[in-house]
Design a protein around this ligand. Structure first.
Ligand code: HEM
Length: 601
């Protein structure tokens, strides 16, 4: 009898659950105020526009849609549900400035939690938990503390420089290395062309624009860093690097190949920057040595993180279904490899926390503890220290602290690798900019920069770490500043983000962009909103007709003494762009907490 009951009742219950979810969805859809907004046709009932968004390159689709339907329009998600997308700066500022009224959607938070290995990191938590975590974490990201980490950035840059010099000189020794089949090669390097189609990066950012397809705003940069750059083995056939498979490469045999194709030696820059930035975030973030640049044995933590990252990135139909049927998450079986990776991360993370705590306690009478001198300390140490001194009700628990380690890795490693790669790409595409920047840097008197440069025949010069005065001189370089801003504006590593209305709301629009009949947009609780960061950063209204062109000069003051940053209508955290987002300390500051770290790096 009980068996009969199970056989009859379970399928009926499942059918009712599925049917009621669909009905709720369709009714919601029917009542949505977003239905009246214009937008592209939906090519598929089940996937809406998600597939084409996933497949687009360099935000071209968003630019096309906004030119056809205006800055605020609707595209379709799962089961053709309406999703709002806006490039209106007033609407974007309203939404992002009210982070607790417009939190990340649950499915995005779930995706991030999978990547981080827990629900308690600052990227994932919302409301009061977020406010508390942000307060404890903020001192670790202060301007002076981040500046004190510069020797780590410097050391890794010098290390990477000598590796590249070695690669170049050894490839000169073998000038006839076979050229790989490489259909992705850039077609000429013209200065300042419109949104360059870098082969490696644009292909990679195909998946990089996928934040609404993969439930993860950080997928925009996550996947772009496992770029499918061509990697060729000795027989000339393509092979995937472990980097591309999501496993971080560190051992000698896995180093990306270099080759000569008649135009000089070629280096997979993205893969090398990923190693350098992994080393940096390990050391500066939590005092952990990955040694991935020097090609030592692949660290346990790098391996574990690689497994977690690559698993979280994978797109599965189940992931989409879980958005609408959260119960499915309960039945999800974790692959053994993933379980082991989480355990490794947990064990190493707890070890690091314990080590820092012991250090801090034993230094209680020393300068570090008594005078608050945290210079050069990794971020985790400063975080633990500020946690110890804060009001007990405001402290982070051990499991919350643990989640911050993987959060720093997830948020601070591939973003910076991507930014650095785009920087080199932009400079390579604009030789005039490159010459001007080099001339400015060569004019600096700082000993760390004025060391004699090496030639192919002499070993690289040591380049001592810059002093505080050197850093001040470097940071006041106007053209360097303009180049960094322009790279991060045109090639924002996080291309879009997503929010959900926590309750019914009315979003104001720019007076110049709204129609008199609808100066605002009504959203219902649960409506999903996409903010295309890249498109906003490149807006023609803000940046002029050449808004999508890489032109650092726009940041220099014109003859009226006005910098372009003052003309932009976007209220970004940094440089009046949304690259690091923006926020509001009262109603949720979800702007990038690591922006100073990234700029310094
Ligand atoms: C060029 C490099 C970087 C870019 C473009 C970038 C961009 C962003 C963006 C757009 C967000 C907001 C995401 C959202 O809410 O949808 C964010 C958040 C965050 N970033 Fe970064 N980031 C960079 C580097 C870093 C670094 C180096 C770190 C840490 C060392 C870091 C740590 C974080 C954290 C912890 C958050 C979550 C903040 C919160 O929710 O309160 N980021 N970042």
């Amino acid at each position: 009898m009980p068996l009969l009951l199970v056989v009859l009742v379970v399928p009926v219950a499942v059918a009712l659950y599925v049917a009621s979810t669909f009905i709720v969805l369709l009714v919601r859809q029917h009542l949505s105020p977003l239905r009246s907004l214009p937008g592209p046709p939906s090519p598929s009932f089940f996937l809406g526009n998600l597939r084409e968004m996933h497949d687009q390159e360099n935000n071209g689709l968003v630019h096309r849609w906004s030119s056809l339907y205006g800055p605020t329009f609707v595209y379709r998600g799962f089961l053709s549900g309406c999703r709002l997308m806006t490039t209106d700066p007033v609407a974007a500022s309203y939404i992002l400035g009210r982070a607790y009224d417009f939190p990340k959607p649950d499915f995005v938070r779930d995706g991030l939690s999978d990547m981080i290995g827990g629900h308690e990191g600052i990227l994932v938590v919302e409301g009061e938990d977020h406010r508390r975590q942000r307060k404890v974490l903020t001192p670790a990201f202060s301007a002076s503390h981040i500046r004190s980490l510069s020797p780590i950035f410097w050391q890794k840059a010098v290390e990477l420089r000598s590796i590249w010099l070695d690669i170049i000189s050894s490839s000169h020794a073998h000038p006839h290395a076979p050229a790989p089949p490489d259909p992705l090669t850039p077609s000429g390097s013209t200065a300042m062309h419109d949104q360059p189609a870098s082969p490696t990066l644009s292909r990679s950012s195909t998946s990089g624009q996928s934040s609404s397809f993969l439930p993860n705003p950080f997928s925009s940069f996550v996947s772009s860093k496992v770029a499918p750059s061509p990697d060729v083995n000795s027989t000339g056939t393509r092979r995937r690097t472990r980097m591309q498979e999501g496993v971080l490469p560190t051992s000698e045999k896995d180093k990306p190949d270099t080759w000569s194709d008649g135009r000089g030696p070629r280096v997979d820059v993205l893969a090398w920057f990923a190693r350098a930035t992994l080393d940096v975030i390990g050391e500066a973030g939590f005092g952990y040595t990955f040694d991935s640049l020097s090609g030592g044995k692949e660290s346990e933590l790098a391996q574990a993180f690689g497994v977690i990252f690559s698993t979280a990135r994978k797109f599965r139909v189940l992931t989409i279904l879980q958005v609408w049927f959260p119960i499915l998450r309960k039945f999800q079986r974790q692959p053994t490899e993933l379980k082991e990776a989480h355990e490794t991360m947990h064990r190493i993370g707890l070890g690091l926390i314990e080590e820092k705590r012991t250090e801090i306690m034993s230094e209680k009478s020393s300068a570090f503890a008594s005078e608050g001198n945290t210079d050069g300390r990794d971020i985790l140490s400063v975080l633990i220290r500020s946690n110890l001194s804060s009001d007990p009700s405001q402290r982070l628990s051990t499991s919350e602290t643990l989640c911050q380690i993987s959060t720093f890795l997830a948020a601070g490693h591939e973003t910076t690798a991507s930014a650095l790669t785009w920087s080199l790409y932009a400079l390579a595409s604009a030789p005039a900019v490159q010459h001007k920047l080099r001339a400015e840097l060569r004019s600096i008197s700082a000993p760390s920069l004025s060391s004699p440069s090496s030639s192919e025949s002499s070993p690289p010069s040591p380049y001592p770490a810059p002093s505080a005065e050197d850093l001040t001189e470097i940071f006041t370089c106007q053209y360097l500043d303009a180049v960094v801003r322009e790279v991060l504006r045109v090639h924002s590593p996080v291309t879009s983000t997503m929010r959900v209305a926590a309750h019914d709301n009315v979003i104001p629009l720019s007076p110049s962009l709204s129609s008199p009949s609808s100066p605002s947009i009504k959203v219902n609780k649960g409506d999903i909103i996409s903010i295309p960061i890249s498109a906003l950063n490149q807006s023609v209204e803000d940046w002029g007709e050449d808004g999508r062109v890489f032109r650092p000069e726009r940041w220099l003051h014109d003859h009226e003494g006005q910098g372009w940053e003052r003309r932009s209508r976007v209220q970004g955290l940094w440089g009046n762009m949304l690259t690091f987002l923006n926020g509001n300390p009262i109603n949720g500051n979800r702007a990038c907490i690591g922006w100073r770290f990234a700029i310094n790096e």
